[in-house]
Write a protein that binds this ligand. Structure first.
Ligand code: AKG
Ligand code: FE2
Length: 209
């Protein structure tokens, strides 16, 4: 079970710094299966990702050029990953009292040249996205392939530059950390997700699918 080996680290890092980077979160087998599954999804099912909430949603290729595919419980491999994240959700709630209500996630495909400029995933009080997770699926990623996730601190300083290598999981507070994906020089596959608060309590809704 991938979670148990890493849980203490994740919880400590989240409570101390608000983010964590966990290489080897998923074992090679499972992340290889997720990778294989993602590359087999026909291209017509991948959507151009939108930016902004509800009515303000726009497709802005100046900001991001990846394509996405939402996971669901109907597909066994997708369900396996969703179940792991469900265990993570309950563990975080038990330990950190974040009140995470549910989880949604999508595969993201960055073709050669794709990027996602600096942004926040949530704006304080205006979104129910609380914690962002990213799991990377490519193996053998080299520095020259680019595509790193850069996480910035309050004063714009670089906190982390993460190589998107298979099995690495990144988790961070969605409204605290500006981040970006540098232009990728090869096809880059990942699963990005959000633990959310109950939107009927916060009164706001994130982008519909
Ligand atoms: O793929 C990544 O490293 C980050 C993706 C991201 O920031 C997003 O989808 O909001
Ligand atoms: Fe993001």
């Amino acid at each position: 079970m991938p979670l148990e080996a890493h849980l203490e680290d994740i919880l400590n890092n989240l409570s101390q710094q608000g983010y964590c980077v966990v290489p080897g979160f998923l074992n090679g087998d499972l992340s290889q299966q997720l990778y294989q599954h993602a590359v087999e999804i026909p291209s017509q099912f991948w959507n151009t990702a939108a930016i902004g909430r509800a009515q303000q949603q726009t497709i802005n290729t100046m900001v991001r050029t990846d394509r996405i595919y939402w996971l669901s419980l109907h597909q066994p491999i997708q369900k396996l990953y969703l179940n792991i994240m469900e265990s993570l959700r309950t563990a975080i709630n038990r330990d950190l009292f974040l009140g995470l209500f549910d989880y949604e996630c999508h595969f993201a495909h960055y073709p050669d040249g794709a990027f996602y400029k600096k942004h926040l995933d949530a704006f304080k009080g205006r979104s129910n996205r609380k914690l962002t997770t990213v799991l990377y699926l490519n193996d053998g990623w080299l520095d020259e392939h680019g595509g790193q996730l850069v996480i910035y601190g309050k004063r714009g300083e670089v906190l982390e530059t993460v190589k998107p290598e298979r099995g690495t999981l990144v988790v961070f507070l969605s409204d605290k950390f500006v981040h970006e994906v540098l232009p990728s020089r090869r096809d880059r596959l990942s699963i990005t997700g959000w633990f959310r608060l109950n939107s009927s309590l916060s009164g706001v809704i994130d982008p519909p699918r």
